[in-house]
Design a protein around this ligand. Structure first.
Ligand SMILES: [Zn+2]
Length: 170
């Protein structure tokens, strides 16, 4: 991807398809802003981790290059959508990945969701932000349907190995 943001101003992102809102040069500029807001704005705080997962899964190059980071983002978004807030599982996942397990990198889908960061970046009302983020997460997770099986398997394995992470796997 080009670092020369000005030359592509207003053009849809080649990775996620987001059309930048008027005040942004490109998708990366929206991402910089959302990241900053997710650290400082209470409305985003709880969802910070899933925000990173959703954006990364829509930008697999560069964020899901290794099987390791891909697996971390897949399990992160799965936890956010299917289990609510489960920091224990994400922590268990990090511990497991830090042991460099043998992982086959699942395929990355060509279509990675209809909704993008553009659907949340202009919102200012906390309840609207939270709702829009959750719809975005669900949309990204749905786009990765082919990987639902392997992702749920990882989570189940981690929950079992961790001796009860406080979450229930249905
Ligand atoms: Zn993008």
């Amino acid at each position: 991807m080009s670092n020369d943001a000005t030359s592509n101003a207003g053009a849809p992102c080649p990775s996620c398809g987001a059309v930048p809102a008027a005040r942004f040069a490109d998708c990366q500029a929206m991402w910089d802003q959302l990241l900053a807001e997710s650290f400082s704005n209470f409305a985003y705080a709880r969802l910070h981790r899933a925000i990173v997962d959703a954006y990364s899964l829509q930008h697999p190059d560069p964020y899901c290059k290794s099987a390791k980071s891909y697996a971390a983002h897949l399990t992160g978004i799965c936890c956010a959508v299917e289990h609510g807030d489960t920091p224990e599982v994400n922590a268990a996942m990090q511990r497991w990945l830090s042991t460099n397990p043998e992982l086959d990198k699942p395929d990355v889908p060509v279509t990675r969701g209809r909704l993008t960061i553009a659907s949340v970046i202009e919102l200012r009302v906390p309840s609207e932000i939270t709702a829009a983020l959750e719809v975005w997460f669900e949309d990204v997770w749905r786009a990765y349907e082919a990987q639902h099986g392997v992702t749920r398997e990882w989570i189940q394995r981690l929950s079992a190995a961790d001796g009860g992470t406080g979450m229930t796997t249905a």
